[in-house]
Design a protein. Sequence first.
Length: 305
Amino acid sequence: MGDFAVIFPGQGAQFVGMGAPFVEKSAAARDLYRKADEVLGYQLSKIILEGPEEELTLTRHCQPAIYLASTAMLAAFEEAGRFDPSGCRATAGLSLGEYTALHFAGALSFEDGLKLVAKRGALMQDASDAAPSGMISLLGADRALAEKVARAAAGDDVLSVANILSPKQVVLSGSRAACERVPQIAKSMGVRRALPLKVAGAFHSALMQPAADALKEALAKVDLRPARIPVYVNAEARPLTEPAALRAALERQIVEPVLWLESMRRMREDGVDRFLEPGPGRVLTGLLRKIDPEAASENLDALED
């Protein structure tokens, strides 16, 4: 297979019924869904498998839901003999997917990772409820142009780069008023399209500072172990393995940009030639084709041959 990496999706990939075929066919997946309900003290599995969609879409639910679904899908592939983690060179995850990557790399237990993403989701929901805010994706803009748009649209409000996803897709995050000014300004600057995202608030921006402060306290209580493989972290786009460095990266991640483009390029430079994406949706492999069309990629989203 060559040197491969496993990459995990973030918020927005969720859908009602995700992981259902895995739960039906795999004891490993069923056990994880059952364990998640026990750890959290409520039936997250029912929300995932049955909905309603508006309940699953809530940040406090969809973050642990995607963590669980991705972990369960990979466990099912491993149980079926379709995935061998011993050949994996590196891992990464988009935003909340970074926690899934840390669990996969052995730095976080399943239970601690689940509790953290549930806490993270609740804190981000609370921060979003406290300040009307949002995110908007710029299609046809690189980072330099996106930053120019952000400066022009911000005024006296918060607006900054939140996600650098591919060479021509950057997400801005900030106050609702600033986000509403973006489409017209972006168009005048040559951006192909400005697409508001269906998220609760301004993730990866200064408006998430209250959530970051509370999350730092939660992270301090968790046992982070050395990662068995490098984790390319969102905040720095470089590989880390030591617990102190990983903890610091998680603390920064919630208020700083996700450097996904740089992370994928760094992985390629470091010798990764194949990427596997377990979890709902196919967002990351789609981005990878835009980042590096020569990189091989595969979605682990169905057990059938």
